[in-house]
Ligand binder design. Structure first.
Ligand SMILES: *Cc1c(COP(=O)(O)O)cnc(C)c1O
Length: 239
């Protein structure tokens, strides 16, 4: 094994232990939580090693980096998640490799994703990104729609050809009433998911929790955690 692969293996083992411990503490089965490794800013060679180490879900947040990486890794049995703010002019490219877009936060994006998914003859899973720091019907600094806007977007996704409504995603807010209260923030996201599933029972995904707060997300009931730094190391630049 190369040094890098051994490092990734050790980091993955530690993250795996953390997820397992959090599941035990919450009385949940390990199988209820899916690890998504956020590979943004890291090279395709790392993605390949992660795949060899058993990772099946990876996430990226910038199409410029993700598109060539996904192309270089097209032979691997990976599901690609897009988790960044998405401009409509990048949608065609993203639909070319993304299995799930977790950052759906406005109707124009839904329209664009649907059009390109149909064109590419692909089905794209969509999560509505919820901004817990947004005003009543506003938007978050890092993307996302306020809780009051979920239903309208979810209905739009559910009725859009080529798209599949999979659930909700959030990033723990740095400002507002939930700043520093990750467990409460993720608990609120779970309540919003329960509401959503009354009208969209198949939208069961709840994507929450990153390297610093995956335990709180698992405790709240998240089905997917998105972990970058704890697996790959501190990113060389902001991403
Ligand atoms: C970068 C990123 C992550 C991973 O964050 P880490 O703190 O490195 O684990 C998760 N979700 C989103 C949306 C991200 O942009």
């Amino acid at each position: 094994m190369t040094d890098r692969k051994a490092e990734l293996a050790a980091n993955l083992a530690r993250v795996e232990e953390r997820i397992t411990a959090a599941c035990v503490a919450a009385g949940r089965e390990r199988e209820e939580v899916t690890l998504i490794v956020v590979t943004k800013t890291y090279p395709a060679s790392d993605v390949r090693m992660l795949s060899e180490l058993g990772v099946r879900h990876v996430a990226e947040n910038r199409d410029q980096d993700a598109a060539p990486k996904a192309a270089a890794c097209a032979d691997l049995p990976l599901k690609w998640h897009f988790v960044g703010q998405l401009q409509t002019n990048k949608v065609r490219s993203v639909v070319g490799y993304a299995d799930v877009v977790q950052s759906v936060d406005r109707s124009r994006l839904v329209t664009a994703l649907s059009k390109e998914a149909v064109r590419a003859e692909r089905e794209v899973g969509c999560l509505v990104q919820v901004a817990l720091d947004a005003g009543a019907n506003g938007r978050g600094d890092r993307g996302g729609v306020a809780p009051g806007g979920i239903e309208e977007l979810a209905d739009l996704v559910a009725g859009a050809p080529g798209l599949r409504l999979d659930g909700l995603m959030t990033v723990a807010p740095l400002t507002g009433e939930y700043a520093g209260r990750e467990r409460a923030a993720f608990g609120y996201l779970m309540d919003l998911s329960t509401d959503l599933r009354r009208t969209h029972p198949a939208a069961t995904m709840v994507s929450a929790g990153m390297s610093a707060d995956l335990e709180q997300a698992v405790a709240a009931g998240a089905t997917h955690v998105r972990v970058g730094t704890a697996v790959l190391g501190v990113r060389p630049r902001l991403g």
